[in-house]
Design a protein around this ligand. Sequence first.
Ligand code: ADP
Ligand code: MG
Length: 701
Amino acid sequence: MIVSEYFGENVFNKSQMQARLPKEVYEEVIHVEKNGGSISAKSADIVAQAMMQWAIERGATHYTHWFLPLTGITAEKHDAFLTAPDAMGKTIMKLTEKQLIRGESDASSFPSGGLRATHYARGYTAWDMTSPAFVKEMSCGTILCIPTLFFSYHGEALDNKTPLLRSMEAISQQALRILRLFGDNESTKVTPSVGAEQEYFIVDREKYLKRRDLIYTGRTLFGAPAPKGQELEDQYFGVIRERVGEFMADLNTELWKMGITAVTQHNEVAPGQHELAPIYCTCNVAVDHNQLTMETMKRVAGKHGLVCLLHEKPFAGVNGSGKHNNWSISTDTGKNLLNPGETPNNNLQFLLVLSCIIKAVDRHADLLRTSSACAGNDQRLGADEAPPAIISIFLGNQLEDVVQQIVDNGTAADCLTDGQLDTGVSTLPVIKRDAADRNRTSPFAFTGNKFEFRMVGSSDCIANSNTVLNTIVAEAFCEAADALQKSDDVLKEAKKLIAENLRNHSRVIFNGNGYSDEWVQEAARRGLPNLPSMVASVPSLTTEKAVKLFEQFGVFTKAELESRSEILYETYAKVTCIEARTMLHMASKHYIPSVVRYSTRLADSVCKVRSACPSASFRVQETLLKKTCALLEKADDALQHLQECVEHSNALDGVQEMANYCHDVIAPAMRALREPIDSLELIVDKDIWPVPTYGDLMFEV
Ligand code: ADP
Ligand code: MG
């Protein structure tokens, strides 16, 4: 079957609704989806029936409220459509309006960061009509998934979706104010669009199962580099290996059925690393799609005897994985506010929008940084493959030139144009050159008609970054609209504002090499925040500035922000302790016993050679034995030390203290244990080494 025939067949999309719902109910649903509000109970009942009927035809037996709790992954609890049997023992399949709209669950086992004590366990899920329902085909059955929001008994958000939707409303309202002032009376809504490029690693499942670190933590906690890494640059865009290709083909089919527009697939830089990118869509749907993509990757990989690693840094020494969050804002009349046009210097509305974004990013760089903070990303940010933990903006030479002119003179008289490429090959068609080059090292790069936020970790939920982006830009739009509304001459005022925003905030613009040490120093000179770790970034969430911002636009209350910082600290501490305990387990159960066996074998050899032939040399065995025993001792000392640190951490009070201790004490103790074990890996006989090596994992799929 050709793709367009089955694309979206597992989605209860508009065409399904249109075909199955009475016209007035369909129109009510569309109205609410666009303008907010809720549909009547009667209509909801009709939708529920139609949705269930459709799902049953697709093989569904159960439904679930599908939501994004603060674990960063999705949650679902399946309920069959069945009703209690009647007197004759017959049952019918049913989904009521109430079941569709609201779910009530014991929420005390989800992270709440103190928002909800266990004795106030009630949590609610509520149908999110802005994201379409879908069915998921799983080994436990086909399940109708109803996207929902999740909040506490008092209405506080306990998920990643609620604040995102709030932020989308905020940016829409404020952007519309600007558009009206520029004479746009047609648009009624402005929506952020997002396309998330997803990086991942694929490894063989049998090898994976031999490594407790991969199983428990998603990354290797030990491992010497393989003789070959990524230095030949032969993996990026290289020919996709057969087994991985079969996985990709299967994955695409599954995603397409769920209406996810997976379009781009290629090998990434590190051996065993790949990328998938969809076509961008409305921000909240893109969030759902990215969660489903990650989940489907894992499931489909399993069917092929493979495992998909979504961790930000599964292997030391080669590139880690991130997620480029491409973001733009468009009107419901189809205009992208980030489209510079042919001559951006004359495009006043674009320049105002751009200057507001620059202001927002500079003012709230700390929040953007925090939005991409997770324990795994600490291993990646600032390594030579990922943006540093310093937020800066890359504009490209065309816009940078325009900005510079405005900073210097208040206006930009001209702008650099795209031009043609001279390839020196006369048979080639004329190739246009883009007005700006790319810069891979920038965390926040303008790429034509969108910004690309590249800090997000590969395993992370993209909702947080987009919530922050939408809200900080809403604030800058709001301030601009306030100023413009007060002025008699909107265009004159807009020019003044643009110059002011750019002059005050151009320090955040940086077109150079973001990976270099010089940039770290230069950024410090410019006064840009550098929050190198997750624990260092968490306090940004609850500063006076942050609370004011989020409360002003109704995105987070102070209590919600405090709960989120609590969860971040707690998660960081838990992740680090799990990693530390996994290392202790592997070192004491796998590595040390193997090394002891190896040293015994060497000692045996020394003794046996000496007695069999006293004149023969046993220098090699003896040298190896000495080296091995010295490293073994070092490993055991480090093991004891790490053990003590972990025990000490259990006695600490408060999540922030725990997290700081994990960062400052446990993480270095983990590195100290890894070092001698990795050295031993290079010495010990491969037959004895207890786990697959980097070479086995990255090159043998
Ligand atoms: P790359 O960075 O690999 O060159 P592309 O330019 O192909 O990436 O685009 C990457 C992602 O950006 C894709 O998911 C694409 O759909 C998305 N994208 C393209 N245009 C926009 C836009 N205007 N708004 C948001 N996302 C966009
Ligand atoms: Mg990209």
